[in-house]
Design a protein around this ligand. Sequence first.
Ligand code: ZN
Ligand code: ZN
Length: 146
Amino acid sequence: MKKQEELFLEFLARKRLKNTSQRMIILKAFLRQNSHLSTEDFYLQLRKKHPGIGYATVHRTLKLFAECGIAAEHNFGDGQMRFEVCHDNEHHDHLVCTGCGRIIEFENQQIEQLQLDVARTHKFFIKSHRLELYGLCSDCVATEQQ
Ligand SMILES: [Zn+2]
Ligand SMILES: [Zn+2]
């Protein structure tokens, strides 16, 4: 069993929530994703194989994943909540294209270090952070210049 699966089962037990077969189907499908999925996208994808799973169930389950810490929840300003799988010791930030909605992931150790320096200066302990830069991707810049 994957670590995230175990974490989720522990979480359900702690919350006294049932480990339903629908939740397990959603969990397994979610853990196979490697993008920033909106509830809508994910629901449409699931529905092909599992027509019995409703939108509300998908939405609530994604929220539980986020609460449990196996999913990161993002609002990139396009009116959709997006979810991605969290992996151990892995952190990345995002460039968000407001033209086409493309999301580019990046990691920059200097930025990470600078954040720690800023926190230290303010005697602040960082528990988590999110950094999102908004603008146009190279394709959209090229289209705009035509
Ligand atoms: Zn773009
Ligand atoms: Zn990401």
